[in-house]
Design a protein around this ligand. Structure first.
Ligand code: MOS
Length: 750
């Protein structure tokens, strides 16, 4: 068994601040409108940029009326592929795993509708908008390839971000042959666009060869270097400020062409430039979730145990870049089966390139898998919960590794109890409420990996007993400024109000990536380690100082708590941090720390967050209008740093699941390739009235391997079980299996 990662010192305790359900530290700023978002910045001399978009999906731009745009009195400059100043990096180059090909006016080709084809800079936003309109482009266009069957299919080399496209374990043919029953079904999921509340925005300002950009970004350190590389300046010359993000959902982890063009314009014109995307412009160059068509085949023996599980996902990507929603991979790590086959086919269509969106792969893949599990349970005559209890895996089917810890059985039990699952009739259309609505109950298993990235942090302890902890962590609404600061306070053994927490800026140590539900684990580990390092240094000063009550206690023999160091063997002997530093004549000491996964543990254990989601739907027996009347989820996510915020994340995830099941869907006109519902009126997301009762239970789980803090993630797992739970409840209410998302009234009418 591998050794668990321990921080270098044992003299700080986790748990005084961490674990408390405190409210958001930035709550007041948010509700008073004082929290600055990128577009709120208005430096002196600001110019405004608006880009023109292609209205065709494939071909070339043959004409732009640049003269007309330039003649507009407010217009300052017009950039097209004909005059766009050079960049130091090819926008079509992929330099690392998180770089996507982008459109920065490198040529006149059109690869999708909504692509930037020119940039207009003006004294006002209105003038820039009008200038962009005056360009009146003409095209040589070719027919758009939209839809699974008009796209070009290919065998991918990777899916998601660098994941293998195919996994085969055991003998699938033998598993099928051994089956008493086999269920086969195909599920379709739509193109979804992130649609964060805050649109993509950037304000760029140059000072010589130094660049300041205000831009919402989920991976500040990576983005800083990427932006720098387009302009041939060192990363240190870029100050990227991203103190608050109004939702990222994956789209703000990746650079896009309009951002680069805005920075370029600011350099050329020697004035700050702001670019804010319109809502409809967010259906193009900033990523989306590709559509999937997933073929599931589940084979079971007479006892209802899987003998083979096959999951083949067709995933759309653009014509020019690869990001395939790794949907089939959702079947790799959950259910025990002697034979497993997951694989993917890519379909090139004329849309922008997809990217990570809220549980990329897990959301769409789990939707299909959990529906197929429900169909398999029905085929076996088993209750869906009982069927899962017979099939969930104790060791990871993909790797054979044991789960680092596993409270899934408890999630099933507690969730079912809270929901009141017992006594659910097996057959559909058996339940009605007092108003005569059809009532159905369904469930799904939730699961999400717990990745860690790499982060560095600095903790400065001052001789007045306060501290400053800093790293470029990202607050995108999830509560990072609160929960990571709680860990920071515990790392230093200080009350939370004594710790100033600085984040959201590239001049701080790298906070890693706010993504993959791994931010608290990664950045939290870094700040805890940095605090521990500062306290270790403080301990050395105190235990070597004859004037200290801690003199001679030895390094491992003291513990920091409430701003004081105590002897571990006699806690009545203690001294304040301030007194120790003051007497030593040290105005401050600086600790540094890193957060990253322990590779030995990662090689031996499978690391996942688990959960179980139960849904109740009510369906109008005449109109077939669907209401999700209750959602109950139980989640085991390791140590919970802040139960209030964790519940908020988990219920938020469940609502995204509801959104996936019933609401979200982008339509691309098959003739033009244009998104037909590129606004929040046509692209539906749930509102409060759609989610009257959503409850997340936190199941205690101690994980000694995932990281030293025992922290997993809560950002995305809530989506995964919820989609299937709702679809399965709709079947239970109506007797209709809908295999296409989102589920429409018409699908139930048949
Ligand atoms: Mo995400 S899709 O992990 O920002």
């Amino acid at each position: 068994m591998a050794e668990t990662l321990e921080f270098p010192t044992g003299h700080v305790r986790l748990g005084s601040s961490a674990g408390q359900p405190i409210t958001r530290r930035d709550g007041h700023l948010k509700v008073t409108g004082a929290a600055p978002y990128a577009a709120d910045n208005r430096p002196d001399g600001l110019l405004h940029a608006v880009y023109a978009v292609s209205t065709v999906a494939r071909g070339r731009v043959t004409e732009l009326d640049v003269a007309a745009a330039e003649a507009h009195p407010g217009v300052v400059a017009v950039y097209t592929p004909a005059n766009r100043p050079a960049l130091m990096r090819d926008p079509d180059e992929k330099v690392h795993m998180f770089s996507w090909r982008m459109e920065a006016l490198q040529d006149d080709t059109v690869r999708y509708a909504g692509q930037p084809i020119a940039l207009v800079i003006a004294e006002t936003f209105e003038a820039a908008t009008e200038g962009a309109r005056l360009l009146a482009p003409s095209y040589a266009s070719e027919p758009a390839r939209i839809g699974f069957d008009r796209g070009v299919s290919y065998e991918p080399e990777a899916v998601g971000v660098g994941a293998p496209p195919r996994l085969e374990k055991g003998d699938v043919a033998a598993g099928r042959a051994a089956a008493a029953r086999t269920v086969e079904a195909t599920y379709v999921t739509p193109h979804q666009y992130h649609n964060a509340m805050e649109p993509h925005a950037i304000v760029a300002e140059w000072d010589g060869d130094h660049l300041t950009i205000d831009v919402p970004n989920q991976a500040i350190d990576i983005a800083r270097g990427d932006f720098a590389s387009f302009f041939g300046i060192p990363a240190e010359n870029v100050l990227l400020r991203s103190p608050f993000i109004g939702g990222g959902f994956g789209s703000k982890a990746i650079l896009n062409g309009p951002q680069v063009l805005c920075i370029l314009a600011a350099r050329e014109l020697r004035r700050p430039v702001k670019l804010v995307m319109r809502r409809d412009q967010m259906f193009g160059p900033v990523g989306h979730r590709g559509a999937t068509r997933q073929h599931l085949s589940l084979s079971m023996d007479a006892e209802g145990r899987l003998t083979a599980l096959e999951h083949h996902a067709e995933s759309t990507t653009s014509s020019f870049d690869d990001f395939l929603e790794p949907a089939a991979n959702a079947s790799q790590n959950l259910y025990a089966t002697p034979a497993l086959l997951t694989r993917h086919t890519g379909i090139r269509v004329d849309t922008g390139t997809p990217g990570p969106v809220r549980a990329p792969g897990e959301a769409s893949g789990s939707a299909a898998l959990e529906c197929a599990m429900d169909e398999a349970a029905e085929a076996c005559g088993l209750d869906p919960l009982e069927f899962r209890l017979r099939n969930y895996a104790e060791t990871d089917p993909a790797t054979g590794r044991p789960f680092s810890s596993k409270a899934l059985r408890q999630c099933y039990a507690e969730g079912a109890k809270r929901f009141g699952w017992a006594g659910r009739p097996l057959a559909p259309r058996q339940m009605r409420d007092d108003a005569g609505f059809l009532v159905g109950w369904g469930m799904g298993t939730a699961m999400f990996p717990c990745p860690m990235f790499q982060a560095d942090a600095r903790a400065v302890l001052r001789d007045d007993g306060t501290a400053v902890v800093s790293l470029s962590a990202v607050e995108m609404g999830q509560g990072a400024l609160t929960s990571i600061a709680q860990i920071a306070a515990d790392g230093l053994g200080l009350e939370a109000d004594k710790v100033e927490f600085r984040a959201g800026s590239s001049d701080l140590p790298s906070g890693g990536i706010a993504g993959g539900s791994g931010h608290t684990a990664t950045a939290g580990s870094a700040v805890f380690a940095a605090g521990s390092d500062a306290i270790r240094q403080l301990s050395e000063i105190a235990t070597q100082d004859p004037a200290s009550p801690l003199f001679g206690a030895g390094n491992a023999g003291v513990v920091g708590r409430g701003g004081r160091l105590h002897r571990a063997d006699d806690e009545s002997r203690s001294e304040s941090y301030a007194a120790i530093l003051s007497r030593a004549g040290r105005p401050h000491i600086e600790g540094n720390g890193t957060g990253a996964r322990n590779q030995t543990d990662a090689d031996e254990y499978a690391m996942f967050t688990h959960g179980a989601v139960f849904a109740e739907v009510k369906v109008d027996p005449d109109l077939y209008q669907i209401r999700v009347s209750r959602l109950v989820g139980a989640f085991a996510a390791g140590r919970i740093i802040n139960p209030r915020l964790a519940r908020s994340q988990l219920t938020g995830g469940m609502i995204w699941g509801l959104s996936f099941a019933l609401h979200e869907e982008a339509f691309h006109d098959p003739r033009t390739g244009r998104p037909m519902n590129g606004d929040l009126a046509g692209y539906h997301v749930p509102v409060n009235a759609d989610a009257p009762s959503v409850e997340a239970l936190l199941i205690d789980e101690e994980d000694r391997h995932v990281n030293a803090l025992g922290v997993k993630g809560v950002g995305e797992v809530g989506i995964t079980g919820s989609v299937g739970a709702i679809a399965n409840a709709i079947w239970h209410a109506t007797g209709v299996r809908v295999r296409r998302f989102p589920i429409h009234i018409a699908d139930i009418l048949g």
